[in-house]
Design a protein around this ligand. Structure first.
Ligand code: ZN
Length: 379
């Protein structure tokens, strides 16, 4: 019997091109590039009409041409029957295509590159932040296509308070970044003693989602103009990168005493940070604070480490278009890029979920603890 598979991606953060779905044992697919950009890696689609218990094999035939083709080795795709609970499915990269197989328990299933953080959940989170976590909506930027970019503040903005900025998901396919922000907001709701101590000395400035257009369109890397926002911090414009332009304006208005830019890394199976060592104006205090942050966070959780990460920039050779470097140079403060894996943390692997939304949230709890411990030495 020929099954009639229906494969769709016409929804928030959907991305797939169906080449041939006539054979359930060999469904041939491709990932669609970002708008006005050759980047691609993120995929997210729904399959209906599957035969329960039968083997189905899906092949992402252009995986080897994606932005990070080393990302597929050691990677397992995520799947869900209800778009709420996500699990990993065994996947194999054959040098050309990423192939994954499942014998489904239900006739419909979603697959994605990582547990998606939906626009709907973003809207819910903003409600939680404003109504339950006591943040205020300080300003609202607009994306290229006019989507809101809320800037939230927890704290009263009183003189003398440290200004701690956390922004997330400049790269729209890095959905773990907004899961992290949900963890921040959850912890603010709990309002435990450590958070109270932090907030006595610091205000938090939060941009939970920098790139709503890119995420909606199922992009990996760019906004609706094809701009990589984390390569736009020297030359952002209201036309091409209004998302960055907005946040830079707000930083000038309020100031910055610490900056954390939250990302996901396609290749490295660990959580790590990148910092400002290549900046022309790199200071001894920045160096000390970076080391302090890393030591404290790795002491607190197995979900952070310092052995693996990006090669360090040579002195004076940093790419100043990156948010971390640009903000660190401008404000001479602790400034970090935080990278979480798409694969798993190999120091504490979870074969069922790999790295996940829940683990991103837990990491945020620990990061807030560290910021609380360090708040008195940030300046
Ligand atoms: Zn990124």
């Amino acid at each position: 019997m020929q099954s009639a598979l229906s494969i769709t991606c016409d929804f928030d953060s959907g991305n797939i091109v169906v080449l041939d779905a006539s054979q359930p044992q060999n469904v041939r697919l491709a990932i669609r590039p970002d708008t006005r950009s050759p980047h691609f890696q993120w995929f997210h689609f729904k399959v209906e009409g599957m035969q329960v218990g039968e083997t189905h094999t899906f092949s992402l035939t252009n995986a080897s041409e994606s932005s990070y083709n080393r990302a597929w080795t050691g990677y397992n795709a995520v799947a869900s029957y209800d778009h709420k609970t996500w699990f990993r499915v065994p996947s194999h990269f054959d040098g050309k295509a990423l192939n994954f197989t499942c014998s489904p328990e239900h006739s419909q299933i979603w697959f994605a590159y990582f547990e998606p953080y939906s626009r709907e959940r973003h809207d819910w989170l903003m409600g939680q932040a404003l109504n339950e976590a006591g943040t205020e909506l300080l300003a609202t930027g607009k994306s290229v296509e006019g989507r809101d970019i809320p800037l939230l503040r927890k704290g009263d903005g009183a003189p003398g308070k440290r200004k701690v900025w956390i922004i997330a998901q400049q790269h729209p396919g890095e959905h773990m970044a907004e899961w992290f922000m949900e963890g921040v907001i959850e912890r603010l709701k709990e309002h435990d003693a450590q958070v109270q101590a932090l907030l006595a000395s610091a205000d938090l400035y939060l941009v939970p989602h920098m790139n709503p257009d890119g995420a909606f369109h199922g992009h990996l890397r760019t906004n609706a103009q094809g701009k990589d926002l984390n390569r736009a911090w020297q030359d952002s414009t209201p036309e091409l990168s209004p998302e960055v332009y907005f946040v830079k304006q707000q930083m000038e208005r309020y100031g910055v005493d610490m900056f954390l830019d939250v990302h996901g890394d396609e290749e490295i199976p660990y959580v790590f940070t990148a910092a400002c060592e290549g900046n022309p104006g790199y200071t001894d205090q920045q160096k000390t604070l970076e080391a302090d942050f890393r030591a404290r966070l790795s002491g607190l959780t197995k979900d952070f480490q310092t052995r693996y990460g990006y090669p360090k920039s040579a002195p004076g050779k940093a790419n100043m278009n990156l948010a971390c470097n640009s903000v660190g140079e401008r404000y001479k403060c602790l400034s970090l890029t935080l990278e979480m894996p798409f694969k798993d943390n190999d120091d504490a692997p979870d074969p069922l979920t790999g790295w996940s939304g829940a683990r991103s949230m837990r990491l945020a709890h620990d990061v807030l603890t560290v910021i609380g411990e360090m708040v008195s030495v940030l300046r």
